[in-house]
Design a protein around this ligand. Structure first.
Ligand SMILES: NC(=O)C1=CN([C@@H]2O[C@H](COP(=O)(O)OP(=O)(O)OC[C@H]3O[C@@H](n4cnc5c(N)ncnc54)[C@H](OP(=O)(O)O)[C@@H]3O)[C@@H](O)[C@H]2O)C=CC1
Ligand SMILES: [Mg+2]
Length: 327
């Protein structure tokens, strides 16, 4: 078959079993409301996450542990707003974690919380990967609630549970759950080179692995279709590497794979409507790009002609794995 499963995918040490009780908060509104009083919050303003530098200059997404009711009261706002928080998960130290979007008094909020609300694209380049992932998750949940206030069958307002894990239409009885759009991403290799491409919206010089949204189809079908459409290549094998939730343009679920094609059918036919450029890169070019810090701005804020995405992007993991496999 097309798909060659990876036999062993080592996962980092997990505390999921001890954290499972927190998932009960999803179903128990009272327990969830109680947890919200003591749990920590990740704040957003119009979906821009709060970001702060710690004393070492490292950018972080701070968890607000001062009761948000107090902050809201100080700003003269209705403290019930805190009940709009959504349960995200639990932290590594077993505390429930929530996110909340406040569309009010940006400056006052920033002063009281000691940070700035930053566009998520910028925040993604400054935060470390675990914080960036949490920010992406919080934004996705909050955006989903903001855009699913009405039942798409009856037009009636939907009602959320306290944790925000679902919304129900009291009229039709339909339950809605937060969703992601599945995307398949592949780093294609012809045996000695790998294929990277850029869209005109990427920062100048950045090339990444190919990706495309799945229609109602399998991942294998989506990958074959995308590669045929975008670069005119026929896939031979596919190997799963990792997955990632990605906030651009909105909540996608990226499934990242390595793909191979036959070394005698490597000619590209690039769809210029989708891609600005697609090229084969040698191991030497890839290794040089992996050495650069990202984004690789020099003193005059110029970007080099070729660089690869930062560590927060699963595409970089694919590129690193490919380079490691060539040694
Ligand atoms: N993490 C990483 O390293 C990388 C991530 N990506 C991500 O992968 C995803 C897909 O990549 P991309 O090449 O743009 O995808 P596609 O190749 O599928 O092209 C995008 C087009 O697909 C259509 N489309 C179909 N379904 C959707 C949907 N659910 N949401 C939005 N557009 C849809 C839109 O066309 P139309 O407007 O005509 O309807 C859109 O312009 C994006 O989220 C991108 O940010 C991509 C590269 C690297
Ligand atoms: Mg694409």
């Amino acid at each position: 078959s097309l798909f060659k499963p990876k036999l062993v995918t080592p996962l980092p040490f997990s505390t999921y079993v001890s954290r499972i009780y927190l998932m009960k908060l999803k179903e128990d509104d009272d327990a969830c409301r109680e947890a919200l009083r003591s749990g920590n919050l990740m704040l957003f303003h119009k979906l821009a996450p709060l970001v702060r530098r710690n004393k070492h200059g490292v950018c972080q997404s701070p968890r607000i542990t001062t009761p948000v009711e107090q902050i809201l009261e100080k700003l003269g706002q209705d403290k019930q707003l805190v009940n709009e928080a959504v349960l995200m998960s639990s932290t590594e130290s077993n505390e429930p974690q929530f996110c909340l979007d406040v569309d009010l008094q940006q400056n006052g909020m920033e002063m009281l919380c000691g940070g700035v609300f930053m566009d998520i694209r910028k925040a993604f380049l400054m935060l470390r990967t675990p914080d960036a992932s949490m920010v992406a998750k919080g934004q996705a949940l909050l955006r989903w609630h903001q855009t699913h206030g009405f039942c798409s069958a009856t037009g009636h307002p939907t009602v959320r549970n306290q944790s925000g894990s679902q919304r129900v239409c009291p009229n039709s009885g339909i339950t809605y759950y937060p969703q992601m759009a599945p995307v398949v991403m592949a780093l294609v290799s012809d045996g000695s080179r790998c294929l990277l491409a850029r869209q005109s919206t990427f920062p100048p010089g950045m090339y990444s692995a190919l990706a495309g949204f799945c229609d109602v189809e399998t991942m294998e079908e989506a990958l074959r279709r995308e590669l045929a459409e975008e670069v005119g290549l026929e896939v031979e094998t596919l190997q799963y590497s990792a997955s990632q939730h990605w906030p651009f343009p909105q909540t996608s679920f990226l499934v990242a794979c390595h793909a191979t094609i036959s070394p005698d059918k490597t000619e590209l036919s690039v769809d210029k409507a989708e891609l600005e450029d697609a090229r084969w890169f040698s191991l030497e070019e890839i290794q040089a790009a992996l050495q650069m810090k990202t984004p690789p701005l020099n003193r005059r804020s110029e970007l080099p002609g070729f660089w690869v995405p930062p560590a927060v992007a699963v595409a970089r993991r694919l590129i690193q794995e490919w380079a490691d496999q060539q040694q």
